[in-house]
Design a protein around this ligand. Structure first.
Ligand code: C5P
Length: 223
């Protein structure tokens, strides 16, 4: 691994959407591309970290020098994160599905003359909150994302407290911004003590700047 500000550190990154099965051939998903999470994994590796990238289904190449653990559902993602611990930093960029189908079919659900299947939903675990609130083995630096369409900073501050993480990158995903699936991102870095608004940057540059800040926090004894 190259030497850099994160040398000797283990960083776990989650990325992409999750797929929640309805039956063996159908699923619930979302429009996350995984671009931001994958860019962060790459930037962390370039900064010298050992990186475990736990990714839902995406069409992106595996970043060089990164261990990729492919998963499908939120529950598989949580299990993979727990398997990958301990870590110095957790950066949870995945767009985890809020709900899964509680009564997913073991066989393909058949279409039977006009009858509609009854799908019951169950809430998925919140991976960021679960890991941030662990008594044992919590990574000292936990980073989450907040996609908001209004009151971006206030909502990010509430989310920081609610999830128990140390830093939130909040972005405005109102339709006009084209962030979802796009190549650039306008974010605010929010901690308990300060807010930084970054200019619109490519997802690659957002990743580099985040990794730079995390290196500074670690060097400053924050983690
Ligand atoms: O609650 P919300 O989905 O807005 O929170 C976003 C942040 O929480 C992201 O960092 C996301 O990866 C994480 N998250 C998670 N598990 C969930 C839901 C969100 O890790 N079930």
């Amino acid at each position: 691994a190259p030497s850099g500000p994160l040398s000797g550190r283990h960083v776990i990154v989650t990325s992409g959407p999750t797929h929640e099965p309805i039956d063996p051939v159908r699923y619930i998903a979302n429009r996350s591309s995984g671009k931001q999470g994958h860019a962060i994994a790459k930037a962390a590796a370039e900064a010298g970290a050992r990186v475990t990238l736990i990714s839902g289904p995406v069409t992106l190449p595996h970043p060089a020098g990164v261990t990729v653990v492919p998963v499908e559902s939120a529950r598989e993602m949580l299990e993979a994160v727990e398997q990958a611990l301990p870590a110095d930093i957790g950066i949870f960029a995945a767009a985890v599905a809020d709900w899964r189908v509680a009564n997913a079919g073991a066989q393909k659900i058949k279409k039977v003359n006009g009858a509609l299947p009854n799908l019951a939903l169950a809430e998925n675990p919140d991976i960021l909150a679960t890991i941030s609130r662990r008594k044992d083995g919590r990574p000292p630096l936990m980073v989450g994302f907040a996609a908001e369409t209004e009151n971006v900073i206030a909502h990010a501050q509430q989310k920081l407290a609610k999830k128990g993480c140390d830093l939130i990158l909040a972005n405005d995903v109102s339709a006009a911004t084209g962030v979802m699936g796009g190549d650039s991102n306008t974010v605010h870095l929010v901690t308990a003590s300060h807010v930084e608004t970054w200019p619109t940057l490519s997802k690659t540059d957002v990743a580099k700047r985040l990794v730079e800040r995390l290196g500074e926090m670690i060097a400053g004894g924050r983690a």
